[in-house]
Write a protein that binds this ligand. Structure first.
Ligand code: ADP
Ligand code: MG
Length: 178
């Protein structure tokens, strides 16, 4: 089994329900380890849209092919109603699931880059990820790196706005919407 860290974001209401639905779907495919508090962040790239709700989550995965993980993630995004607007590739989304790190994987292709190309520039990823690994001995180097980038990016407004999501396991999206 390998550790995989995902970053999840939503900026279309009900944002927390979309995040819970994504966790629930990820749980069906991978072994859940932990998920972070809820963080709020301002949009980057395409600025004319609502704030995001972000979390990071940690799973164990027994797939050797990182593209197999990406395919699962894309299916989950589709199931949760992610619509792609070609005119606004960085526009509003019900759910965005990015693969941040996969244990011992380093891959750089247009379809998949892991470690994620910009996770060290974005405190909405670095802060929740730090929360997950800060007391884990094998990630002490990652922790130091994250602490450094978090302080370098301290101009980014990223705040904790809620507790980790609980009770999402094995719920379908419609159940989550109730
Ligand atoms: P973004 O996450 O950059 O806002 P998208 O979610 O639309 O935009 O992703 C665009 C493409 O990025 C996806 O189709 C996917 O193939 C590619 N991609 C490359 N690396 C990753 C990664 N680590 N995690 C998720 N998608 C990735
Ligand atoms: Mg994405």
């Amino acid at each position: 089994m390998k550790d995989v860290f995902f970053s999840l974001g939503s900026n279309i209401e009900p944002r927390e329900k979309y995040l819970a639905a994504a966790l629930s779907e990820l749980n069906k495919n991978f072994k859940f380890i932990s998920s972070s508090s809820l963080y709020s962040s301002s949009p980057v790239d395409d600025l004319a849209q609502s704030d995001f709700l972000n979390i990071c989550c940690w799973y164990a995965v027994d797939l050797d092919d990182p593209f197999a993980i990406l395919n699962i993630v894309k299916k989950i995004e589709d199931n949760i109603g992610r619509q792609k607007n070609p005119l606004r590739p960085k526009g509003p989304r019900t759910i965005d699931i990015d693969i941040i790190l996969i244990e011992n994987v380093n891959i750089k292709t247009p379809k998949l880059t892991v470690p994620h190309v910009s996770y060290l520039n974005r405190n909405f990823v670095a802060l929740p990820l730090l929360e997950l690994i800060k007391n884990v001995e094998k990630y002490s180097e990652l922790k130091n790196k994250l602490l450094r980038v978090v302080s370098e990016n301290s101009n980014q407004q990223v705040n904790i706005v809620g507790e980790p999501i609980h009770g999402f396991a094995n719920k379908s999206f419609s159940e989550n919407q109730e």
